[in-house]
Design a binder for this molecule. Structure first.
Ligand code: ARG
Length: 563
């Protein structure tokens, strides 16, 4: 793409170096004020003149050319108008040349990013609370891959803890294999809840659970086998959802994987004098950093969540030599991450600065329903099913003759659910509403998908025009310029999404592009009786389709060709 900022910087005769000048130049928000603006406030300090005066002097001296065709001084700013047909064609030809992968780059070449996301808990249901980590983590996976990074997706399974001792006791008393196979996690949850109901009246259960947990730890075959069974039942269920969401992982090493990998890190922390005893427990004091102590070994000798996360971080560094390791986990765990990152930093791991907690807000449903400990959770599967069924109704109504309607409804329903976790800055809490996320005219995934399908149908319907070349003057208007500029900002949005760990940068741009496309389409006939104009406008439609599709792909959302 033509670097207009550079061209302007090179031609400005101002007493700052070129890189500094170029960094000060911004794109204008309003095209009527030109395409790029240069504020003269910084120069005012260097040149000891008013910005207004400087702008006027610089404007008078600036020599326009084929790229920068006009310059205006307005209130201490220099506004530059570029050759807009050149800019338009430059962007469109880049998009077309990228063949569906506009925005991809090799900026991450040779670098590895680990992304710890979704990280489900064995024997626990996969509920609406897991939506954000799954959607955001998976989008980041795709975004980083597009930028050439080597990405390792990690599902840090919650597969360790005393609760598995309780599960075994409950299963042996009240459960059976066939029911668990058939009912899945729901049955495992039922058993777990029953254990807690019975425990107050049958104190011996507590002791039995402790005993079974110890047997798991010892690697006792029966305990191991039962645990593996619970794991299989849970993962089978979760994986059908991952398949529907097109989410993938490269590693399923969860908490239990680190059981035999904690001794060394603990010894290292001891050797560095970081560990102190506190009421029989071993902790790292973090009072100097305004945090409570990080508990690493309980008085009974057992390890904790943080111990395993420390071991996991060290193992990942050794194993993958990551440049960054992201943890896509709810903000409720802020303290946990701050603590163990700090412990690693204090231990002299200089790479601790590369650990990033990618925090996000809570999801609740409109009717107030939310996941609770009591087992009345809103399953992600039910949310997806309901969204798909509603999408199916809407499509049946809008386009009853559509081929493979159920396939399209699946993509629309799943897309709507994913987009609800990707549309806003991730730290915001989400209140989930089916009507809102499935509104085909709202700022939603179905709106993006619908706009994409519309582009496709225009491209398909257009009569062939052999032997005519495009007349790009048909693109010299405000609506096309706005649309094309937004398209041209897509590569930067992909980079920003990665650098800020914020897929919503892409979502927001896609909505802007779809809206700009719809304004373009209302204002200009694409299929028209001037074949030269038609060709030029079709290329804008083609570029729009291509970027919408790529953007949806990066968010993990399908783009059905027809809707
Ligand atoms: N399983 C945990 C939970 O549900 C999330 C694990 C996140 N990853 C990590 N390395 N701590 O809360």
């Amino acid at each position: 793409m033509i670097d207009y900022k550079q061209i302007i910087a090179d031609k400005l005769s101002a007493p700052l170096d070129k890189a500094e000048l170029s960094a000060l130049i911004t794109e204008t928000a309003d095209d009527s004020f030109g395409d790029y603006a240069f504020p003269c406030f910084k120069l005012a300090r260097v040149m000891r003149k008013s910005p207004v005066q400087i702008a006027e002097e610089l404007a008078a001296k600036f020599v326009t050319d084929d790229h920068i065709v006009k310059v205006q001084a307005v209130n201490g700013y220099l506004n530059f108008f570029v050759n807009r047909l050149e800019l338009t064609w430059d962007i469109i030809s880049d998009v077309i040349a990228a063949r569906g992968r506009y925005g991809d780059s090799d900026m991450g070449k040779g670098k590895t990013v680990c992304i710890d996301y979704s990280s489900v808990n064995i024997c626990k249901s996969f509920h609406i609370g897991h939506l954000s980590t799954t959607a955001i983590g998976s989008a980041l996976y795709k975004i980083y891959s597009a930028l050439g990074y080597n990405v390792v997706g990690i599902n840090h399974l919650g597969d360790y803890g005393t609760q598995f001792g309780k599960m075994i006791v409950a299963f042996k008393l009240w459960g059976d294999q066939a029911t668990a196979e058939k009912e899945g996690v729901k049955e495992l949850q039922r058993l777990y809840v029953k254990f807690h109901q019975e425990e107050p009246n049958h104190p011996e259960l507590t002791e039995q659970a402790r005993e079974w947990f110890a047997r798991i730890e010892r690697g006792d075959p029966e305990a191991q086998q039962l645990f593996e069974f619970f794991k299989r039942v849970t993962l089978q269920e979760v994986k059908t959802i991952y398949d529907r969401l097109h989410v993938r992982f490269d590693s399923w090493n969860g908490e239990s994987f680190f059981n035999d990998k904690m001794a060394e890190p603990l010894q290292m922390l001891r050797d560095k004098g970081l560990i102190t005893e506190s009421q029989g427990a071993q902790v790292v004091e973090l009072g100097d950093y305004g945090m409570p102590p990080c508990l690493l070994v309980k008085s009974d000798g057992s390890s904790l969540y943080a111990t395993r996360d420390i071991a996991a971080a060290i193992w990942r560094k050794q194993h993958y030599n990551f440049d960054k390791c992201l943890y896509v986990v709810a903000y409720q765990q802020n303290l946990h991450f701050k603590q163990f990152f700090k412990v690693l930093e204090l231990a002299g791991c200089d790479w601790a600065k590369d650990l990033v907690h990618v925090a996000y807000g809570m999801v609740s449903l409109e009717d107030g329903a939310m996941s609770t400990r009591k087992g009345n959770v809103v399953l992600l599967k039910d949310v997806i099913d309901k969204a798909v069924s509603k999408a199916n109704d809407i499509i049946a109504d809008k386009n009853p003759d559509l081929d493979n309607r159920s396939d399209v409804a699946e993509q629309v329903g799943v897309g709507a659910v994913l987009f609800s976790a990707l549309e806003n800055s991730r730290i915001k809490d989400i209140v989930f509403s089916y009507d809102r996320i499935l509104n085909f005219d709202g700022e939603t995934a179905p709106y993006l998908q619908y706009t994409y399908a519309r582009c496709n149908s225009i491209l398909q319907k257009a009569p062939r025009t052999e032997g005519v070349s495009g007349d790009y003057r048909a693109l010299d208007n405000a609506e096309t310029l706005r649309l094309v500029k937004l398209i041209g900002s897509f590569p930067q949005a992909v980079r920003d999404a990665a650098l800020k760990y914020e897929p919503s940068v892409i979502s927001a741009l896609l909505i802007d592009i779809a809206q700009a496309f719809n304004r373009f389409y209302i204002a200009h006939r694409v299929i028209c009786d001037n074949p030269a104009h038609q060709i030029a406008r079709l290329q804008v439609v083609d570029a729009t389709a291509s970027v919408l599709k790529r953007g949806l792909q990066l968010l993990g959302i399908g783009a059905p060709p027809q809707m």
